[in-house]
Structure formats: structure tokens, C-alpha cells
Design a protein around this ligand. Structure first.
Ligand code: GTR
Length: 432
């Protein structure tokens, strides 16, 4: 049995050798020549590790009550995450405008009111805009809860409707019609609306283009504020994940003006990198009552110190722009991180947190995702809220409910019906 596991890039394909097993790393882009990176997917090779104490402040103060958590440890952790990992969110622009660019009263076979709203932010003589697609159940007699999430490939990709505007410029600045409806099974808009929820989405590229080119931030909302900075300076304090999190908060600002939406029940969600952004949005913006991390993995819900699945080395190599530039210093030095991802989960307390994993999604480390939720429980307890712990059984197919919920379904990396069934169930409990 090989002790060391390595990732070997073969042309455009990354292959992980794990003993006699090989596994394709489908999500790894193939532009980089032959990097050899360690990746463990064997539970028996996880070495013992010690997590930073979520209830011990940097000054050595033990946090024993909710007040000290809220006023000492929470702001301290939030600042550490900004400084060391995700950077600082964009600032507040001078001016924000909402332009309703379309309304359809009989959308989704007459079950929904559909709106497309252009959000434009102005600052320092510059403007940045993105278009939000919103569906509200037509038969609602009172304001309804809302799911807020970014999409990967454009608003037109998550709806079955042919007349929704294309959004989401790709790296060449193009909009791609052939992707229409490709991701309807990631959003389940019709079913969400049928269950009495509104749902709003924006393409994440329109907030910050997801491209590691060190200039890509200049096409992001950050350009309103930092256009005079060098790329090097910019990447010391800001990141794509912070821009995406900020974008979801701005969506919520806009939704607050919708009379049929109950923003006291706003649920932020995201798959994978967008799950990382959803967690970070929920940590910063306490208006989100439920935060859904769907297979957010490394630098999302998964514990870095477990050294299972994607590592800081891999993620900062392929996606340096997701983090501040100095985050790389923790590669192979995960034990020196001043937090681990249970601290991010704890920043959601005492609000609702739903962590979802998929059995075959070893890259995202399902067990590490489960454990973050378990270890965040000590903070929930300060608020008198009991949650699951690390010994709570969670076989594939099971659903742990409560303020911190967890489910693991069979199958691969995705956000599908089995995931949504869990989230709708939690959302239904919350709205009552
Ligand atoms: C992968 C990345 C993961 C995850 C995923 C995704 O390539 O390594 O951390 O974010 O992309 O967003 O689909």
C-alpha cells in the first residue's frame, strides 16, 4: 500500500493515485503543467490533529456565554477570516439602483410571478451591474420566505423558461444560449415555488468573474473601489469569495423592497465554491436565517486539518483569487491556521445551518464537513441550542435535523433533488 498519495497532471487530465485505485479529479482545470500534489482519500491515513478551540479568544479568555461570544470571539474570528483567508468584502457604494427590466405574471405555467431586476452600483464615477432573476409563488396571500443563491452559468441556465435573459459572461465576455436550462436540476425552481418559497439568483461571474487571471477583479464589483491599486496590492486584501458573498447580501437588500417577500426568512444557499461563498455570506450578514452549504468542501465546511480530499495546496494553486494572497502561507502548515472551518460554521450560530454532503464526493471530504457542524455545536450551546455531535450516526441517506442539520446522500458532487428535499424540509420548519 502506498503511503504517499499524489496527483499527477497528464495533459488535460488530473489523476489521483491512491494505493492501487485511481480516481479522476474532474474539477481540476488542466492548464498547469505537471504539478504533483498530495491528496489523501483514505480515511485510515488521516493523522490525529488538534483543532483550535472555538471558545478560546486570542487573548486567552475562555468564552463561557453568548454575550462574550457575540462581543469578543465572534468579531475576532470574523476579522481573522478576513485578514487570513477570504479578504474584506467590498464597501458600500455611494448609490444603488434597482431597475425592473421585466415582469411576467403567468410564469412557470401560471404558478409564479417572475421578475428580472437590474442592480446597479455607482461609486467614484464608475458603475457595476448584475441582473437578478426572481420567482414568487403566484398564489401567495402573505409574504413568503426566499432562497437566495448564485448560479454558475447564467440565469437562463437554471430556469425552464425560454424568455429569461441570458446572463453570466464567460471568460471571453460571451453569453452562451446553448446552456439554457442546463442547470434546472440544481435549482428546482418550479418545485421550490410550488412549496411556497420565492427564489432569487444571479450569475456569480457577473459579481466577480471566476478566473485566476490576476486582472479579473477589474471586471468585478471591487473595481468601483480599488481601480487605482496594483493587482498585487488588491489581492492582499480582497477575494472572489468575498465579492460573491457581498453580492448575495445586495440581492437581499433588493428583496427587502419586494412586498410579497418575507426577508426575515431569507435562506442563502450554494453548491461547492458557491457553498463556500454562502457560508461566508451567512457569517457576515446575520439577516440570513438559514445558511446552506451544499458540498462546499475545502475552505468551505470541511476541516482543513483532517488532510482528506482537496488540500490548501490544490485549492490555492488552481483558485488563488478565491483567497487573499497570503493565505498560501498555510499550505502544508494547516496546523498553524488560527481557526479551522468549525469556526466558520460557528459564526452562523444561533441561526440555522444546513450542511449537505455526497457519499462519492471525496474531494469535498464529507466527514470533514460533518465534523465542522458537530464542533460548531459548542457555540450553539451558549445560546441554549442543542445540536448534533461528532458521535451522532449519519449513515448515507440519513437526515439530522435541528439548528445545525446535516445530510449525506448517495452519489457524486452536485446539488440535486435529494439535497433540496432536505433544505425544503428545514425551511418549512423555520417558517412556522
Ligand atoms: C473544484 C474546487 C472545489 C469546489 C469545486 C466547485 O475544482 O477544487 O473546492 O469548489 O471546484 O466549485 O465545483
Amino acid at each position: 500500500m502506498l503511503k504517499k498519495l499524489s496527483v499527477v497532471m497528464l495533459g488535460l487530465t488530473a489523476v489521483v493515485f491512491c494505493g492501487c485505485r485511481t480516481e479522476r479529479l474532474t474539477s481540476a482545470p488542466g492548464r498547469i503543467k505537471n504539478p504533483v500534489m498530495h491528496k489523501n482519500t483514505d480515511e485510515s491515513l488521516v493523522k490525529p490533529y488538534i483543532l483550535p478551540d472555538v471558545l478560546l479568544s486570542r487573548t486567552g479568555k475562555k468564552i463561557e456565554n453568548a454575550f462574550d461570544w457575540v462581543h469578543i470571539r465572534r468579531p475576532e474570528l470574523l476579522e481573522l477570516y478576513k485578514k487570513e483567508m477570504y479578504g474584506y468584502l467590498p464597501l458600500r457604494p455611494d448609490r444603488t439602483e434597482y431597475e425592473i427590466i421585466s415582469v411576467k405574471d403567468d410564469a412557470l405555467n401560471n404558478t409564479a410571478v417572475r421578475k428580472e431586476i437590474k442592480l446597479t452600483f455607482s461609486m467614484n464615477g464608475k458603475k457595476h451591474s448584475f441582473v437578478m432573476l426572481l420567482y414568487i409563488p403566484k398564489n401567495a396571500v402573505a409574504p413568503v420566505p426566499v432562497f437566495v443563491g448564485l448560479n454558475f452559468k447564467g440565469n437562463h441556465t437554471v430556469t425552464p423558461e425560454k424568455d429569461v435573459l441570458m446572463t453570466g459572461r464567460n471568460v471571453d465576455g460571451k453569453l452562451i444560449e446553448k446552456r439554457r436550462s442546463r442547470h434546472i436540476k440544481r435549482f428546482y425552481i418550479e418545485e421550490t415555488v410550488k412549496r411556497g418559497f420565492a427564489t432569487a439568483t444571479v450569475c456569480y461571474h457577473d459579481v466577480y468573474p471566476d478566473n485566476k487571471d490576476e486582472n479579473s477583479w477589474r471586471k468585478s464589483v471591487y473595481n468601483l473601489f480599488y481601480a487605482d491599486e496594483s493587482n498585487e496590492k488588491f489581492h492582499t486584501h480582497a477575494s472572489a469569495i468575498s465579492a460573491w458573498a457581498w453580492g448575495m447580501s445586495r440581492m437581499l437588500d433588493c428583496l427587502e423592497g419586494e412586498k410579497m417577500i418575507d426577508c426575515s426568512n431569507a435562506f442563502v444557499h450554494g453548491l461547492s465554491r458557491l457553498g463556500k461563498a454562502a457560508l461566508w455570506a451567512g457569517a457576515n450578514d446575520t439577516r440570513f436565517k438559514l445558511v446552506i452549504s451544499n458540498e462546499s468542501g475545502c475552505c468551505g465546511a470541511a476541516l482543513a486539518r483532517r488532510d482528506f480530499g482537496e488540500t490548501l495546496e490544490i485549492i490555492t494553486h488552481y483558485f488563488p483569487h478565491w483567497f487573499v494572497s497570503s493565505f498560501k502561507k498555510y499550505v502544508h502548515r494547516e496546523n498553524e491556521l488560527p481557526f479551522d472551518q468549525h469556526c466558520l460554521a460557528a459564526l452562523i450560530a444561533p441561526r440555522y445551518l444546513a450542511i449537505g454532503s455526497a457519499e462519492e464526493d471525496l474531494h469535498a471530504d464529507p466527514k470533514g464537513e460533518f465534523l465542522s457542524g458537530a464542533h460548531a455545536g459548542r457555540v450553539y450551546k451558549l445560546f441554549g441550542v442543542e445540536t448534533y455531535n461528532e458521535n451522532t450516526p449519519h449513515p448515507v441517506g440519513s437526515h439530522i435535523t435541528g439548528a445545525v442539520s446535516y445530510h449525506i446522500r448517495s452519489g457524486v458532487h452536485d446539488q440535486n433533488l435529494a439535497d433540496w428535499e432536505h433544505y425544503w424540509k428545514i425551511a418549512d420548519k423555520i417558517r412556522k
